[in-house]
Ligand binder design. Sequence first.
Ligand code: GRF
Length: 226
Amino acid sequence: MASQLHSIKPKKNVVILISGRGSNMEVFLDASSRGLLDGAIVRVISNRPDAQGIVTAKQHGIATTVIDHKQFETRESFDAALADEVATANPDVIVLAGFMRILTPIFINQFLGKLVNIHPSLLPKYAGLNTHQRAIDAGDTEAGATVHYVTNELDGGPAILQARVPIVERETAKTLASKVLKVEHLIFPRAVNWHLQERVIFTELGAYLDGELLPSNGATWDPTHV
Ligand code: GRF
């Protein structure tokens, strides 16, 4: 009996940061309620009081906090308050699910190796905003999404998993965004599960998956991935 008890591992803690709609967050809530997330979502935090995702998280019975960045004079003072709130949840991973604030080293250094973001481009291409229009304007034939660890370089941390979608004739930023969002929803929980299972780890050299250093654009999404 005692040995059985010892073999039961406590669930890892997942904190999700959002700023808006929260469709990526919702995918995590759904995975969790279907027993497909290797951790417990312990808190959802928004920097915007009007974020739709906060309403959704509450409907799922998840603890929520709003820390309105407009109430802070500096980026650093907001980040310090956010870090205090996140730390109380004792996170194993902090999922940035459409969190639209640039984080400063005050926050990032405290949680380095536990911060995972999704970016709507084939990183290292198109860090920053307006990724879909930039890909179309450049004449690219493919776009996509990348899950990556967060470092102090904007959208520049080690990539974990990337999915591609074709850019077709007469593609607009809107049509492309909706195609990319669909693959975001597939790869984000998969990559976070790899982190929770300690299959993927962050190092200064890059992300390792199952002991192998991943290429700079991460693993390539394959629907048969487990
Ligand atoms: C996603 O496209 C994500 O890649 C980007 O912001 C959007 C957030 O969407 N960082 P949602 O709030 O998850 O619906």
